[in-house]
Design a protein around this ligand. Sequence first.
Ligand SMILES: C[S@@+](CC[C@H](N)C(=O)[O-])C[C@H]1O[C@@H](n2cnc3c(N)ncnc32)[C@H](O)[C@@H]1O
Length: 210
Amino acid sequence: MVQQYADAHTSPEPALLGQLVRETHLQTLMPRMLSGHFQGRLLSMLSHMIRPRRVLELGTFTGYSALCLAEGLADGGELHTVEQNPELRSRVERYVQQAGLTGRVHLHIGDAEQIIPALGETWDLVFIDADKIRNRVYYELVLPQLRPGGFVLIDNVLWSGKALPDYPLKPADKDAHAVRAFNDFVQQDARVENVLLPLRDGLLLVRKCN
Ligand SMILES: C[S@@+](CC[C@H](N)C(=O)[O-])C[C@H]1O[C@@H](n2cnc3c(N)ncnc32)[C@H](O)[C@@H]1O
């Protein structure tokens, strides 16, 4: 109900992204992984507010959130996005081209843990949306590469409500335990300030202290 009202009072999805949503639903096994209209507009808005010169995304999938984040790039800015599944490459590159972002959005196929250290950039904004069990690993890899005052956004931090302490978690639910432990870790991390937005599946906003 509230989400429907929020959707109805959020700027519409650009046509190209609507086309990407349709194609993702028709041609991939887990279309629900993409950010979608509401979160996509939020990512675009945050990116416009930050005006980043360098953005890193972990977990490209079909490229929806990459295109949203790229909307706010500063002049001369670039976005690097990392995806482990090589089968997604051609679709992502086609949409990057259609969006007029060739040369500004760079897709890296491989394991994020291997690729992050090799990129050697200083990031203004990082979006972590890959395998949730390694959120902490990615966080520790990107934090030293983040400029002071830079931002990290982490998706799915509510994990369908399983992050909440009174949810009866099964011991074997490793993803949920990892999400919980990560959220608790960031809350204690003196290097950053953080706000958890309970939107969609939870988006954690982190700012590296100066
Ligand atoms: C939730 S989806 C990303 C959705 C996308 N950010 C969006 O909002 O449209 C997660 C993606 O991370 C990728 N992934 C998982 N583990 C990874 C890893 N270790 N390195 C790089 N990509 C990974 C998966 O293949 C999947 O496509």
